[in-house]
Design a protein around this ligand. Structure first.
Ligand code: HEC
Length: 92
């Protein structure tokens, strides 16, 4: 076999492996939906909000809700994540 042929066969094999790995990842069923809890909110805050600032203090529940609406856009959050974080920064 010519070296160039060996290389192209190898490349093809690698591509096939990568493609099937991606498919595996896509066919996995998502974990069951959990209820938003305070600790979810804490984690979400750490990953989404902490890069810009610390958890806010001295905000009324109403203020937190309004601010969070804005921050949700900044941090690109889902509504579920917004609720979880709201629980975390403003537990009632
Ligand atoms: C891209 C950076 C960025 C991200 C991400 C971000 N924020 Fe903010 N946040 C800011 C800036 C800048 C302000 C300053 C006030 C303003 O511009 O509205 C602010 C202000 C706030 C305030 C008001 C603070 C105060 O004392 O008045 C709260 C509360 C807040 N953010 C919460 C959050 C939460 C919760 C998240 C995560 C979902 C988040 N932020 C994600 C940049 C960010």
């Amino acid at each position: 076999m010519r070296p160039a042929l060996v290389v192209s066969v190898l490349m093809m094999l690698i591509t096939l492996c990568a493609a099937s790995a991606i498919q595996d990842a896509q066919t996995k069923t998502p974990p069951a939906q959990k209820q938003a809890s305070t600790s979810d909110g804490e984690k979400l805050f750490e990953t989404n909000c902490l890069r810009c600032h610390k958890p806010p203090e001295n905000l009324s529940p109403r203020e937190s809700k309004t601010v969070l609406r804005h921050m949700r856009v900044r941090a690109n959050l889902s509504e579920k994540d917004e609720q979880a974080i709201l629980q975390y920064i403003s537990p009632r």
